[in-house]
Design a protein around this ligand. Structure first.
Ligand code: UD2
Length: 306
């Protein structure tokens, strides 16, 4: 039985992780519910604290009292658009809170088995090299991407400089139950799911040929747990399937699964949208992580969950 802290644990990925770990671990979740929902944790027994991770004093006390073995750091303002609108506020969450936590762990010499920071494929930007390896050039184009990149470097550097047991991951396009579809910048498959369910029109930006490397949330938490518990070096891993699928193909697959025809409205490509995305997942394979969910199975499971 390990003691686990999940910051942002009421959100989409954090709550899925909490569900997976709760059986054999003592879980504490900190979430200010700015994006997450308490209902995401309603059916499991976790120590839930509604609080902002930017409150450093609060976090220090929590770290002192919690005696955590594992910290999964998912608290973030995950909206790129929001980071463009309010860069200072999002910076405080997406970078400052991470540095403060690392610094406190170092100063207080807190004993920890792993600190895992969650970054994003956003760090790769729109460079033409393809597929994206962890060693590929980065091009953080938004405040969100800049903060994610800086925080993952801090995480890794605290491992290299001070021997803290740290690791970072870069999520590609994660989908599945509990993803919030309520913003135009929510994950596209949560929006498609909502439109299918409510028989509402779906707006596709561009011609649908843009590709993404979609990965089911269950595979994501499996990868995170394996990386947190079985790897030793402070480094970064892509978390993706390693396949690129055109958006329009995913939509057609989903239509077949549900038997519902989506009413598609076409609009021009969104500003800043990337054309292609695909991860090189060989580093993940080297540690024995192989996603179990095909797109077909993941979408079927997602639909059945609703
Ligand atoms: C993902 C991340 C984003 C950032 C970015 C970096 C998510 C939800 N977003 O954006 O935070 O890291 O990668 O590259 O993981 N689309 C539609 N209709 C809609 C919504 C989306 O056509 O109603 C399109 C959208 O224009 C894009 C594709 O679907 O071409 C995927 O959109 P997304 O927002 O799910 O993810 P992405 O890869 O743009």
């Amino acid at each position: 039985m390990s003691r686990v802290l999940i910051t942002g644990g009421a959100g989409f990925i954090g709550s899925t992780l909490a569900h997976r770990l709760v059986k054999n671990n003592e879980i504490t979740v900190v979430d200010d519910l700015s994006m997450g929902k308490k209902e995401n944790l309603a059916d499991i027994d976790v120590n839930f604290i509604q609080h902002d991770v930017c409150d450093h004093e609060f976090m220090h006390q929590l770290l002192d009292n919690g005696k955590f073995d594992y910290i999964y750091y998912l608290a973030a303002v995950s909206s790129v658009a929001d980071s463009v609108k309010r860069p200072l506020r999002t910076h405080k969450v997406n970078q400052e809170s991470v540095i403060d936590t690392l610094e406190y762990i170092r100063k207080q010499k807190l004993s920890l088995k792993k600190f895992l920071f969650t970054s994003s494929a956003a760090v790769y930007g729109n460079l033409p090299d393809f597929p994206k390896k962890e060693s590929s050039h980065v091009q953080p184009l938004t405040p969100y991407a800049v903060d994610k990149y800086a925080s993952e470097r801090f995480t890794i550097d605290y491992g290299r400089l001070y021997g803290l047991p740290t690791v970072a991951v870069r999520f590609f396009n994660v989908y599945g139950p509990r993803q919030n579809p309520d913003s135009p910048y929510s994950g596209v498959l949560s929006i498609v799911t909502k439109c299918l369910k409510q028989k509402k029109p779906f707006t596709i930006y561009g011609d649908g040929s843009q590709t993404r490397d979609f990965i089911y949330v269950e595979d994501v938490v499996n990868a995170m747990i394996k990386i947190a518990t079985e790897t030793k070096s402070p480094t970064v891993y892509n978390i993706a399937n390693g396949n690129e699928t055109p958006l329009i193909d995913v939509i057609h697959t989903y239509e077949k699964i549900t038997g519902i025809k989506l009413n598609i409205i076409r609009k021009k490509t969104r500003q800043g949208d990337i054309d292609k995305s695909k991860a090189d997942v060989s580093k993940l394979r080297q540690i024995g992580v192989k996603p179990k969910w095909s797109l077909q199975d993941g979408l079927t499971n997602y639909w059945e969950y609703l």
